[in-house]
Design a protein. Structure first.
Length: 456
């Protein structure tokens, strides 16, 4: 890709609307904009009302033009934004005219790529921009706004600087004998590693448990056949989305719908009843149910309170107990019928944290209200205050690699194996640097020689 070329694209969604924005970036952006507007100059950052003409000097539209002079723009190049009327034609004709004048059609994400390559933003901010577009909750939008402002980048830079300093000291000490290395340096270095490792671990665990906030919570309704799973889905949605019948095995495939609770999206999956069966189609549905549990943040486990606990119920609980990282809600359904299930027996079979609720889907309004109160309590548990939150799987994995590398570094440093220590510290630097910007060995040299006397 030629990074010198001038690029142009429509920056607003295609379709009917009050206005559309055509964005152009590069060395020729100002020249092209002057030509299509028949203007002699634009004052940077001032909105100018102007007519727009095509290559045949025919009037296309009247628009607001804003010129951002390099380096004070999103891409740190000359950028011109043309705010024209919305609709299918005006923005397209302006882009076609810009292309005729020498611009090139931008590739997806190319404006942000240039902002990254020109040092305007780092990888964490690129991720924040992408996630803001797809944000599924108001609270995560606020977290992403802080990340876009550079909060995560500042933290990573602080860790990176400390690690580079450790690496530079280690490289200098490699040529020393163990007796010449002061004991306080060993103790101080190990303390620094432990403190950083603990901080990274906290952010890693905190973020991993709150992925539902970022991507939207995924909720599965599971249980043996005919306990009322589809009725619960219908009650939550307040309309009959799933077919319900007294015949076991009516639901043979997963059914997905979405609701919004406290500003968060919850994707609900009603699954096929889990049981032993010879029916091949039903077996496929049951396997999809198990896969759905693995992918979920919240699992509603439904039991028929009007029947005694069955072996199938016990097998389902055994399966659920293997997922300690899920929000588990035990639902005793059919409370309108005489109770036969012993909750104490049920409770003795559960080994993971859970909430429980007794309901009857016959009273759909009460059922809906109580379930949504539980969803609200789960969301409030995941509340993010001023804590730092990693918002992508890549960021979480990068922190995990850095934590592992620091653990190895601490082990070898206790024995003053400095070559291995340096190797592991480099791994930690590269892992955490992947969140913002790649590590360059020149940073280590800058630290190493930066503490020399002037003139050395």
């Amino acid at each position: 890709m030629n990074e010198k070329r001038t690029i142009v694209a429509v920056s607003t969604p295609i379709g009917k609307g009050a206005m559309a924005i055509v964005r152009m970036s590069g060395e020729e952006a100002l020249r092209i904009t002057l030509e299509i507007s028949h203007k002699k100059e634009f004052s940077p950052r001032y909105a100018t009302l102007s007519s727009i003409y095509n290559s045949s000097n025919e009037l296309i539209d009247e628009a607001i033009i804003i010129y951002f002079k390099a380096p004070y723009s999103y891409t740190r190049e000359d950028v011109c934004e043309i705010q024209c009327h919305g609709g299918a034609m005006s923005a397209r004709m302006i882009v076609e005219t810009c292309l005729h004048k020498g611009a090139h059609l931008a590739l997806p994400g190319e404006f942000s790529k240039r902002a990254l390559l020109n040092g305007r933003i780092d990888f964490s901010q690129v991720n924040a921009i992408s996630k803001i577009i797809d944000a599924k909750s108001e609270k995560i939008l606020k977290v992403l706004a802080k990340q876009l402002k550079g909060e995560l980048g500042i933290f990573v830079d602080q860790c990176r600087e400390a690690l580079v300093r450790m690496l530079s000291y280690s490289e200098v000490m490699i040529d020393y004998s163990e007796e010449d290395i002061p004991s306080n340096i060993v103790a101080n270095t190990l303390n620094q590693i432990e403190e950083m490792q603990n901080r990274l671990k906290y952010i890693y665990e905190f973020s991993k448990m709150r992925q539902g906030m970022i991507e939207g919570y995924r909720l599965s309704i599971v249980g043996r056949p005919n306990v009322g799973k589809s009725s619960i889905l219908n009650a939550i949605l307040l309309y009959d989305r799933a077919i319900i019948s007294p015949i076991a095995g009516t639901t043979r495939d997963t059914i997905e719908e979405s609701i919004h609770v406290d500003g968060h999206t919850i994707r609900i999956v009603d699954t096929a009843g889990i049981r032993q069966t010879q029916d091949m189609i039903e077996s496929l549905g049951i396997q999809k149910s198990i896969n759905s549990i693995e992918e979920s943040d919240i699992v509603l486990v439904v039991f028929d309170a009007s029947e005694e606990i069955t072996q199938e119920d016990k097998e389902i609980l055994k399966l659920i107990n293997t997922y300690k990282d899920k929000h588990c809600v035990i639902i005793l359904n059919k409370s309108d019928l005489p109770a036969k299930m012993s909750f104490s027996v049920l409770e003795s079979l559960i080994t993971i944290p859970y909430q429980s609720i007794v309901i009857s889907t016959k009273d759909s309004q009460d059922c809906t209200l109580r379930l949504k109160n539980i969803f609200s309590s789960i969301i409030s548990e995941d509340e993010v205050g001023d804590e730092m939150l990693l918002t992508s799987v890549f960021q979480i994995e990068s922190f995990k690699k850095a934590i592992d590398a620091l653990q190895k570094a601490a082990c070898v440093f206790e024995n003053l194996e400095l070559e291995l220590f340096s190797y592991n510290i480099k791994d930690a630097i590269e892992a955490i640097s992947a969140v913002t910007r790649p590590y360059d060995i020149s940073e280590m040299f800058d630290k190493m020689f930066g503490e020399f006397c002037l003139g050395k």
